[in-house]
Ligand binder design. Sequence first.
Ligand code: TYD
Length: 253
Amino acid sequence: MARRKMIYEGKAKILYEGPEPGTLVQYFKDDATAFNAEKRDVIEGKGVLNNRLSEFFMTGLANIGIPTHFIRRLNMREQLIRAVEIVPLEVIVRNYAAGTMAKRLGMEEGTQLPRPVVEFSYKNDDLGDPLVPEEYIIAFGWANQQDLDDIIALALRVNDFMSGVMMGVGIKLIDFKIEIGRVYDGDFMRLIIADEISPDSCRLWDIETGQKLDKDVFRRDLGSLTDAYTEVARRLGVLPKTSATGAKPTLIN
Ligand code: TYD
């Protein structure tokens, strides 16, 4: 079989040409990076877990009427997605202070915010994804005011869905990042959820113990990242009976 054409390689995923026009194949790698790729490692099984978890969240969003790029999972590491034009923003929703917000404002991590807060970073690795105000986004033409209003509404709906799903399995959704894509139906443009939703791009804390079940385990050397993501997948019921990596069967009880 001829090798598929690679369209793009990122830090955690590769995009290949899809089987039909307007589609792509998204491949989840095991590579983990943090601090703008200054820290990197290969975490066996991460890609398999994130493929499954992103499928789970995207399917759930579609079921409540939130459009996403996800079409279907193809195999352990790949999913078929709609090709989109990515809006060059990291859309971040925060429910509790953590990470850069806690640092910037001198807040203790885990402090509940008065209401969910949406913020935007400009997607540019060379610049370290700087926080940008809406004024910049509109002035530089990355999105217009109508797009931004729609993006904020979408992000808050995703937040409600994700917070509820997580709360149901004893996990607090501290914050998360999504990316938005544009799709065109003739002259009509729609904004849909793109990229991935996984513990790589969320902060997830156990409600009872406060244990971190997200990429901070890797960023801060807090133990096994695979164990943390497996725990999230297990609680959500998305793990098959054997382990997600297809290796040794794991005990699920
Ligand atoms: P933030 O606290 O701003 O940054 P950091 O993760 O560097 O401390 O991140 C808020 C949330 O958004 C967190 O769950 C990580 C996620 N995020 C990404 O996944 N990718 C990104 O490029 C950015 C800026 C944030």
